[in-house]
Write a protein that binds this ligand. Structure first.
Ligand SMILES: [Zn+2]
Length: 207
């Protein structure tokens, strides 16, 4: 699965959803008390599985780095770890499966939010989007890699104390999106669908 995440990052880079060092992904298996997260500052189009950081979930308030490989020992976890920790510590509806959390910066999603569109409202008009992807109301302007960004995303995704979430994807104004599902490519597809519809909406000029 770590290899698959690397593949999705290459594809995300190819699609202009990230520049070289942007974007972060985490993955947790339901029967493990740790998750893996992409490191900070690494070029995502050449990222290798042994560069991931292994993070143990100590308690609902605390995480701790664990040894995974010599290469990753010299790297730091993504600055967005508060976001990933909050979404991985309890797996909710994915508690018998795998949970993957993907954060990237897709061009048209960000452009749509910049133009004043709440991404949750466009999903109503496009059945090919809302049949498969539940889009949360936007998170407003919050600083990157902040606890505030994490908390606002949890609120808009309707994350509860058991780790259940009400939506598959949320947009952060002026910044990007966060998508969640049971595999890297499934999370990727939520972003792809929303990005496609945002491109259509912006091309129409009617919003
Ligand atoms: Zn970001």
């Amino acid at each position: 699965m770590l290899e698959t995440i690397c593949d999705t990052l290459v594809e995300a880079y190819r699609r202009n959803w990230i520049t070289s060092r942007d974007g972060n992904v985490s993955i947790r298996h339901h029967d493990r008390d740790h998750f893996y997260i992409t490191p900070s500052g690494v070029r995502k189009q050449t990222m290798q599985p042994d560069q991931f950081k292994k993070i143990r979930i100590v308690s609902s308030l605390m995480w701790q780095e664990e040894y995974y490989s010599d290469i990753s020992a010299n790297l730091k976890p993504s600055g967005e770890i508060p976001l990933h920790f909050g979404l991985q510590k309890n797996m909710g509806q994915h508690s018998n499966d795998v949970r993957v959390v993907v954060h990237v910066h897709p061009t048209y999603c960000i452009a749509a939010m910049h133009a004043g569109i709440d991404l949750s409202t466009i999903s109503e008009a496009f059945p090919e989007l809302n049949r498969y992807t539940r889009v949360a109301p936007n998170v407003g302007d919050v600083p990157p890699i902040s606890q505030e960004l994490a908390d606002q995303c949890f609120e808009k995704l309707q994350l509860d104390n058991n780790g259940n979430i009400g939506y598959d994807i949320v947009g952060i104004k002026g910044h990007g999106v966060v998508a969640i599902d049971t595999s890297p490519w499934r999370a990727f597809e939520h972003i792809e669908r929303l990005e496609h519809i945002c491109q259509i909406v912006l091309a129409s000029g009617r919003y």
